[in-house]
Design a protein around this ligand. Structure first.
Ligand SMILES: [Zn+2]
Ligand SMILES: [Zn+2]
Length: 249
């Protein structure tokens, strides 16, 4: 970009900020930058840091000395992927952000959320990483009009300089709502429910895939999606969620 363009661009940004002053994503108060949260909300948002489970991103007690550790849940549940992370815990404003993204068409959450996810996903990124969302079933997509995970995947790809493929995976059949099901019922319902888009299998061969979801609960959906990638001969699969639901103990 030439200097004149830069000046014009900065001017446009300033003008936009005067018309749409950046607002805090959770309380709606004014914020200085467009990074999304005011000071008090920043402190109340359950960002995940420090030592985490290398498979699901759950925070663990202790210090990070570079040796991968796994939480109780990942030691007892099959996790077909290589590594996994999450940016926030699914509670308080972490939960509110996801719900506003899902049901409130709050697309302004996407860009800051992608920045937080990019930070958490750093250990999972390879040179050839291809980023793909967990697909929403078409009938739910029709009702909700957009797939929030696809928005996050696209923004994360821009943030990390990697490629994204919104329709890498598709739903094979209608899966009923998972609410109220036990952990085992969830896994059984979801296995085989996701497959590669027939036109995208060649893209995956020998490649590192990063799967994106808004919430990781049991991990059943991510496990089904991971199996679909390996069936298309992906080299490795990692997963990143915007939020992680605390393990039930
Ligand atoms: Zn705020
Ligand atoms: Zn774990």
């Amino acid at each position: 970009m030439g200097r004149r363009h830069k000046v014009a661009w900065a001017g446009l940004q300033t003008a936009l900020q005067l018309i749409y002053p950046p607002r805090c994503l959770t309380c709606g108060g004014m914020v200085e930058s467009d990074f999304g949260l005011c000071g008090p909300c920043w402190r109340d948002t359950p960002f995940i840091g420090g030592l985490v489970c290398d498979l699901c991103g759950t925070p663990l007690p202790g210090v990070d000395d570079g040796v991968p550790v796994h939480c109780d849940s990942c030691m007892t549940t099959e996790r077909p992927w290589q590594q996994g992370r999450a940016a926030l815990m699914y509670r308080d404003s972490g939960r509110r952000l996801v719900l506003s993204l899902k049901h409130g068409d709050r697309h302004d959450v996407v860009r800051p959320a992608a920045k937080w996810m990019a930070h958490s996903a750093r250990p999972l990124l390879r040179e050839d990483t291809l980023i793909a969302p967990i697909p929403l079933h078409w009938s739910r997509m029709a009702r909700r009009r957009f797939n929030q995970s696809a928005l996050l995947a696209d923004a994360l790809a821009r943030e990390t300089g990697r490629t994204s493929c919104p329709d890498l995976l598709i739903r094979a059949n209608r899966t009923r709502s998972l609410e109220g099901l036990t952990r085992n019922e969830r896994f059984a319902t979801l296995m085989g429910s996701i497959r590669a888009h027939p036109k995208r299998t060649a893209l995956m061969e020998g490649r590192s895939i990063l799967l994106v979801d808004d919430v990781m609960t049991s991990g059943a959906t991510l496990a089904a999606a991971t199996e679909a990638c390996y069936a298309s001969r992906a080299r490795e699969v990692c997963v990143i969620a915007l939020t992680r639901v605390a393990n039930e103990s």
